[in-house]
Design a protein around this ligand. Structure first.
Ligand code: NAD
Ligand code: MG
Length: 384
């Protein structure tokens, strides 16, 4: 039995993780769950999986959940302290980090400090604090498994190989809903156009990140830290069919790739049971049904956010955290109809231009950089 905490259990990754757990009840036990606002779904999850501890955003939400639960009742916590309690609780062996945004950083870091293995969906943890987190992983001797499909593909393509033989990591990107839209129409796209991802069904924030390709930018940074690879060796290819989930090129010219139907349950299952494989509920891949696989280079005029991500790594250690925070503010503003689609990358760049990058010595310092960038970006956008 592997005992799990799932941070963000009501989200897209959280729900897929619990689907896998439900199909393999003999392998997994759920010790703790955390959720944001969806108390109805959390209630169902509590009744099905009977965790010992749960956590929600606020004390009001905790009281509401307490009233809603008429049968089995776990300990109910709230706030950041509640997230940390869920992440560090004694019985848990592995924490599935599936909160969205920089809010995932503190509980994920706490889990590592408490010696828990991590199944990492929350890429923002490595974007904002990559070196600090990887140092902590080494110090605490925990295992950090990628859930992000591209990084799972790279991880699988590195199995049994020597890192010194790696020439290049090639992350694939779908290109999102606006890949072929005439450039002069990008300024007018609507929120629902941007939320309409061609291949993947995901939470709102990452879906917008996929449309701007900031998601791929965050993933370049994630790969840089996860695989300890110089960023010059991390490339992006657009591959609209999302069948090849990423590749590793070796010095002898051989390229290893991982293929499959685009469904997050495959990389989630692999992170949960590595090095074993279990049935994940993912449909089999039938290559004969595909009309073709295509690949091309991203155009930075269409996807300036991807270029900003490379720039942020070159600028200095605090810059990716600034970029990430500015992106979170801009995406939220876009989703609320306060700014247009192309304003997202423009406002991120302006926030980055206002920052003097420096090294980061602690997670607390990352949090203060994150806060500074949120305030600066709101100020530049003229929003409260
Ligand atoms: P989502 O929005 O569907 O779910 C996010 C979860 O986090 C929810 O349970 C929500 O209640 C909780 N949450 C949100 N803000 C919180 C806060 N401030 N404090 C505590 N809990 C909070 O997101 P998702 O699509 O499942 O993505 C989760 C993470 O996984 C993101 O970092 C994303 O980049 C990454 N990821 C997702 C996918 C995917 O297919 N959805 C693929 C790869 C990586
Ligand atoms: Mg991904």
């Amino acid at each position: 039995m592997k005992r799990l905490t799932i941070l963000g259990s009501t989200g897209s990754i959280g729900v897929s993780t619990l689907d896998i757990v439900a199909a393999h009840r003999d392998r997994f036990e759920v010790v703790a769950l955390t959720a944001g606002n969806n108390l109805d779904l959390l209630k169902q999850q509590i009744e099905t999986f009977r965790p010992k501890l749960v956590s929600v955003l606020t004390s009001e939400r905790a009281a509401e959940l307490d009233r809603m639960l008429t049968g089995y009742k776990p300990e109910i916590h709230h706030g950041v302290a509640g997230l940390i309690a869920a992440a560090t609780t004694g019985e848990t062996e592995m924490v599935v980090a599936a909160i969205v945004g920089a809010a995932g950083l503190v509980p994920t870091a706490a889990a590592i400090k408490a010696g828990k293995d991590i199944a990492l969906a929350n890429k923002e943890t490595l974007v904002t604090a990559g070196r600090l987190i990887m140092d902590l992983v080494q110090e605490k001797r925990v295992r950090l498994y990628p859930v992000d499909s591209e990084h799972s593909a790279v991880f699988q393509s590195l199995e049994g190989q020597s890192r010194k033989d790696v020439k290049r990591i090639i992350l694939t990107a779908s290109g999102g809903p606006f890949l072929n839209l005439p450039l002069d129409r990008l300024a007018q796209v609507s929120i629902s156009d941007a939320l309409n991802h061609p291949n993947w069904s995901m939470g709102q924030k990452i879906t917008i990140d996929s449309a701007t390709m900031m998601n791929k930018g965050l993933e370049v940074i994630e790969a840089r830290w996860l695989f300890d690879t110089p960023v010059e060796q991390v490339d992006v290819n657009i591959h609209p069919q999302s069948i090849i989930h990423s590749m590793v090129e070796y010095v002898d010219g051989c390229v290893m790739a991982q293929l499959g139907v685009p469904d997050m349950k495959a990389p989630i299952a692999y992170a949960l049971t590595y090095p074993e494989r279990i049935s994940s509920g993912v449909k089999p891949l039938d290559l004969t049904e595909l009309s073709g696989l295509s690949f091309f280079r991203p155009d930075y005029r269409r996807f300036p956010a991807l270029k900003l991500a490379y720039r942020s790594l070159a600028d200095g250690e605090s810059m990716p955290a600034v970029m990430n925070a500015a992106n979170e503010v801009a995406v939220e503003a876009f989703l609320k109809g306060k700014i247009g689609f192309i304003d997202i990358a423009v406002s991120i760049e302006r926030t980055m231009d206002a920052h003097s990058p420096h090294t980061l010595s602690s997670i607390d310092e990352v949090l203060s950089v994150d806060l500074w960038a949120r305030n600066k970006s709101r100020e530049l956008l003229g929003i409260a």
